[in-house]
Write a protein that binds this ligand. Structure first.
Ligand code: GTP
Ligand code: MG
Length: 246
């Protein structure tokens, strides 16, 4: 029996990048081999027409077996908040969290599934760092440098074994998602680190998988939020010391 899959897409001011991305995700799920496919777009207080364009696409599929739902946050609460909300409201046995720009082509989801199946893992996370020959369009050098530095900090401070925790393309089992998102406290860009830290703490098995990736112009991440993510690594350690995850 094929697994059921929910795709969660956190979206902040994505009126331009979301429609072509949704087209591709819809194609993938309609031609694919998943039972009960579902797409959940979490609109995080966008000031543009993200919600309207997403609802427009959803309306085209009300008669099909593909469910498309749009959740509107009442304000801009963060990517971490939005992913948690989408995860909690999704129903699939498996959950793919994907950025709205589809820098990781949706077809790479096959690779994540192959990896979890072969090794009996609870999650597979897409990685830009394991095989850089798979990167087509690279990020600006400064961005890439900050990303690498961030991941060194994650390894040193949070003790995680991964080369890239921040890639917006991750597959979680329902069991892992239920447990980990319930314990999540960080709601902005450091949440990936917390999720992976909690997964490890709770004994789940996570595999990092090299994927194809192309930078797409139009970033929604301000430099300041990037800096705050560094503090998030420390917050994870502090929370654990304080016993907040027990
Ligand atoms: N919910 C929510 N999502 C956000 C916010 N800012 C960005 N996002 C989403 O997070 C995802 C990643 O944002 P991007 O702008 O693609 O980030 P990026 O700068 O390209 O970062 P990389 O793709 O890792 O290089 C997209 O789906 C955004 O819509 C936010 O404040 N809230
Ligand atoms: Mg991006």
């Amino acid at each position: 029996m094929y697994p059921s899959l929910s795709v969660v897409i956190p979206s902040y001011n994505e009126e331009k990048r979301l429609p072509p991305a949704l087209d591709r995700v819809v194609q993938y799920l309609m031609n694919g081999h998943y039972r009960d496919p579902e797409i959940i777009i979490v609109n995080d207080g966008s000031s543009d027409r993200t919600s309207e364009v997403a609802r427009g696409v959803a309306a085209e599929f009300t008669q099909s077996n593909l469910r498309i739902r749009v959740l509107d946050n009442s304000g801009n609460y963060g990517k971490g908040y939005s992913v948690r909300r989408g995860a909690n409201e999704s129903t699939g046995e498996w959950l793919l969290v994907s950025d709205a720009d589809l820098s990781a082509p949706i077809e790479e989801c096959d690779k994540l599934f192959t990896a979890v199946k072969e090794g009996n893992f609870d999650a597979a996370i897409g990685s830009r760092a394991l095989d850089r020959s798979l990167i087509g369009v690279r990020q600006l050098l400064l961005r890439e440098f900050i990303g690498r530095t961030f991941n060194v900090a994650v390894r040193l401070i949070a003790g995680l074994p991964f080369a890239d925790t921040q890639c917006g393309f991750k597959l979680f089992s329902r069991q892992l998602a239920r447990r980990v998102f319930a314990a999540q406290s960080l709601e902005r860009f450091g949440f990936d680190v917390e999720i992976l830290y909690l997964a490890k703490k709770f004994g789940f098995r996570v595999v990092e998988v090299p994927i194809r990736w192309d930078d797409v112009a139009g970033t929604k991440v301000a430099t300041f939020s990037g800096a705050d993510a560094f503090l998030d690594i420390l917050r994870v350690r502090r929370n654990d010391w304080l016993g907040k995850y027990d």
